[in-house]
Write a protein that binds this ligand. Structure first.
Ligand code: ATP
Length: 367
């Protein structure tokens, strides 16, 4: 029996539509060759260009339709010169995160053996870990409402039991899924500063409670400062890291730095019922319209979407297709074939997308 999934698509700004086009094309081709799942795409308006035209960054209709879709695929959003009246950027991705309580910011860090990284890697070694950043509270709790006087400024760090429990359950489930796929030893590391702050001792205590329900997985702790050091010295030792919002914000950029650049860094914001998949990079207005944007981070984000839908609905083919996309991109990057200028190649966005599609469908790709 074929299951149908409806995907809400936000094309974004700048290079956004250029990298979304090959991604939707590849997903369509994958679904067409599968007899177990089917994908339909609804393009919804949002973003800086839409705001400039209509005065709305994320229309209510788009927000509602996205909430009802099976998953949300979102390209790079925002333009530096287009701002709301209060000076902030148009960021529908943040509005979606708040509206649907997408508490788990998932940032995979992968470097295939022989892949691009500024690190000196032991021969044959790869890096494959996931950083989960809590995305709704922590030190961002008072974002925009911190108290500032002439002599004093305060922000509040908030950790709640409910969100922490959901976050840690998500982390352990992810580690179990990765272990089942042969992608990790099944270990979750709680990254905190429990030796200094009571709020982090509380965070760690809840982590230990949830860990007790997962005797088949390894649970350990690390301080955030030591984690930053180890991410540079021995990132291949990590499996799943879970941390507070601000710590995760900083460590996820360090993680992106371990990979071959922004053009290879995917992400997801996941809640209990909905999820958004998007590249880590911005809309790159400096190269928009030139056909040279790297589509790989967008395609890898779509692979995360296939993984999430596949695990949620028990579709092995979707999980296999996600892995096929990752393997195809690993192959193109490590062999330095058909990659865009940011990775040292000369391929156009379309050629890079078609190369991925050719590998995963084993068919010539028509224009
Ligand atoms: P934001 O604040 O919206 O995240 P940013 O200021 O960090 O954006 P980006 O838009 O991510 O900036 O771009 C940073 C640099 O990386 C730019 O030079 C841009 O051209 C380049 N870049 C970003 N994404 C890509 C991509 N997919 N392909 C090629 N180059 C990219």
């Amino acid at each position: 029996m074929t299951s149908s999934f409806q995907i809400a698509v936000f094309e974004g700004d700048g290079i956004g539509p250029e990298i979304m086009a090959p991604t939707v094309k590849i997903l369509t081709a994958l679904a067409a060759q599968s007899d177990s799942y089917d994908l339909s795409f609804e393009h919804l308006p949002a973003g800086a260009a839409h705001y400039a035209k209509t005065g709305e960054g994320l229309p209510q209709m788009s927000l509602d339709k996205a909430g009802k879709a099976d998953a949300i695929l979102l390209s790079a959003m925002g333009l530096p010169d287009v701002r709301y009246a209060d000076g902030t950027e148009i960021s529908p991705q943040i509005d979606l995160r708040k509206a649907y309580n997408l508490f788990a910011g998932v940032r995979p860090v992968r470097v295939a053996a022989g892949g691009l990284t500024p690190l000196k890697m032991p021969a044959g070694q790869d890096i494959d870990f996931v950083l989960i950043r809590e995305s709704t509270e922590g030190l961002f709790y008072t974002q925009g409402t911190g108290e500032v006087t002439k002599d004093d400024a305060r922000e509040t760090l908030r950790i709640t039991r409910k969100t922490s429990e959901d976050l840690f359950k998500f982390a352990f489930n992810l580690a179990a899924d990765r272990k089942a796929q042969g992608r990790g030893p099944g270990r979750v590391t709680c990254v905190d500063k429990a030796n200094v702050f009571r709020a982090f001792a509380f965070f760690r205590g809840i982590f230990d409670e949830i860990a007790a329900h997962h005797p088949n997985l390894v649970a350990d702790h690390a301080y955030v400062d030591a984690t930053a050091l180890w991410m540079v010295q021995k990132p291949w030792d990590f499996d799943v890291l879970v941390t507070e919002n601000m710590f995760g914000d900083i460590l996820s950029d360090l993680g992106a730095g371990l990979m071959g650049g922004l053009g290879l860094a995917p992400s997801a914001d996941i809640g209990l019922h909905q999820a958004v998949f998007q590249p880590c990079h911005g809309s790159a207005p400096d190269i928009a319209g030139q056909g040279k944007a790297n589509p790989f981070a967008m395609i890898l984000s779509a692979a995360m979407m296939l993984d999430w839908l596949g695990l949620k609905h028990g579709h092995i083919q979707m999980i296999a297709d996600a892995e096929a996309l990752r393997t195809a991109i690993d192959h193109l990057v490590t062999s330095n074939t058909t990659v865009t200028a940011d990775l040292g190649g000369a391929a156009t966005t379309k050629q890079a997308g078609d190369a991925v599609q050719h590998i995963v469908t084993r068919q010539a790709v028509n224009a």
